[in-house]
Design a binder for this molecule. Structure first.
Ligand SMILES: Cc1cc2nc3c(=O)[nH]c(=O)nc-3n(C[C@H](O)[C@H](O)[C@H](O)COP(=O)(O)O)c2cc1C
Length: 316
């Protein structure tokens, strides 16, 4: 069983990667994407997206982090993959799933799922630029408008030499609308030999059991489920029957997150960052909903401090 924390640009930043991986259970983490246009990027870009590179490429709790690259320029992708590895990334992941209009307009992310030949060339260029023992993984969706090229795309990635493939079980057109189509991953698994990592809508240990039995793999990538329940991977490994992280466990983590954010971000961004996470947490934790109601209109740092302190006291 391999459990991976998903790349989530603007959400699973290094604060949450640190906090979530500290709960245990994850084998590795994929960073938010580094956008590659047509040239090698300076070290500072890699360090901004993935500060863990300054810590031997691991989170504080020791979980390896793999830098994700997004782009289609063959030489630039190869050069930046080399740079990521030099800086300490544990392998390189290639993004073929991003649905953003801006990214797709410049021929990056999910739009490439219309062109299996381009996928092949990008993966091969990165593969050839790196020593054989370095992992080159890819992440895609079922397709762009539909899943008609799903198998061709995955086979292009495989024949270009990728080590493993994560598939978010939706097309770009399906966005994030439930359900995730795990059955299509089962179909795909019959047509490829490279290890398949299933992704999409695994919110609970029970979802893990259902997804893996349908797809026929034990390896999954967890995204929003781990944002809402940071110990999801740990509970999956324990075969837990609990669907959520207890509030007793979660409240101190929110306090810890707030302290980290306050220490590292300009004051004007702190409240927004906290509210973004609370907005996810309140989907499944009634206590987070109450906290959210208290802090949603609040921008004053001292008052937010007080609100969080009293929430932590109530949970203790
Ligand atoms: C806010 C947000 C940002 C994301 N950013 C990325 C990204 O940078 N790279 C990527 O490959 N996928 C990205 N994704 C997709 C996730 O990695 C994952 O495939 C998707 O959320 C489905 O998994 P889940 O249902 O477990 O969340 C993002 C998803 C969200 C919600």
């Amino acid at each position: 069983m391999r459990l991976i924390l998903a790349p989530m640009e603007g959400l699973a930043d290094h604060f949450l990667r640190r906090l979530i991986t500290a709960q245990g259970g994850f084998d590795w983490v994929v960073s938010e994407f580094v956008r590659v246009v047509d040239r090698p990027l300076p070290d500072s870009v890699f360090h901004r997206v993935c500060p863990e590179l300054l810590n031997q490429g691991t989170t504080v709790s020791g979980t390896p982090v793999r830098v994700q690259l997004l782009g289609n320029h063959l030489d630039a992708m190869a050069a930046n993959a080399q740079k990521a590895i030099e800086l300490g990334s544990h392998g390189v992941d290639l993004n073929f799933g991003c649905p953003s209009k801006t990214v797709n307009r410049s021929q990056g992310g999910a739009i490439l799922l219309r062109e299996p030949e381009t996928l092949f060339r990008v993966v091969r260029s990165v593969r050839q630029a790196l020593p054989a023992e370095v992992v080159v993984s890819a992440k895609m969706r079922l397709g762009y408008d539909d899943a008609s090229l799903m198998i061709e795309n995955a086979q292009a990635i495989e024949s270009a030499g990728a080590t493993e493939l994560t598939v978010h079980a939706r097309t770009k057109a399906q966005g994030y609308a439930p359900p995730a189509h795990w059955d299509q991953l089962a179909d795909l698994a019959e047509h490829i030999r490279l290890p398949l990592i299933a992704n999409g809508d695994i919110w609970t240990p029970d979802d893990y059991r259902r997804c893996t039995s349908i797809v026929g793999t034990e390896d999954v990538m967890l995204g929003r489920g781990a944002i809402r329940n940071p110990d999801l991977a740990f509970r999956i490994r324990q075969s837990s029957t609990a669907d959520t992280t207890s509030w007793h466990q979660l409240a101190p983590l929110i306090g810890e997150f707030w302290q980290e954010v306050r220490l590292s971000m300009p004051e004007r961004y702190c409240a927004g960052r906290l509210k973004q996470w609370l907005n996810h947490l309140r989907q499944v934790h009634p206590e987070a909903e109450q906290l959210w109601q208290r802090v949603r209109g609040e921008a004053d740092i001292q008052r937010l401090d007080n609100d969080l302190r009293s929430a932590a006291k109530l949970a203790a």
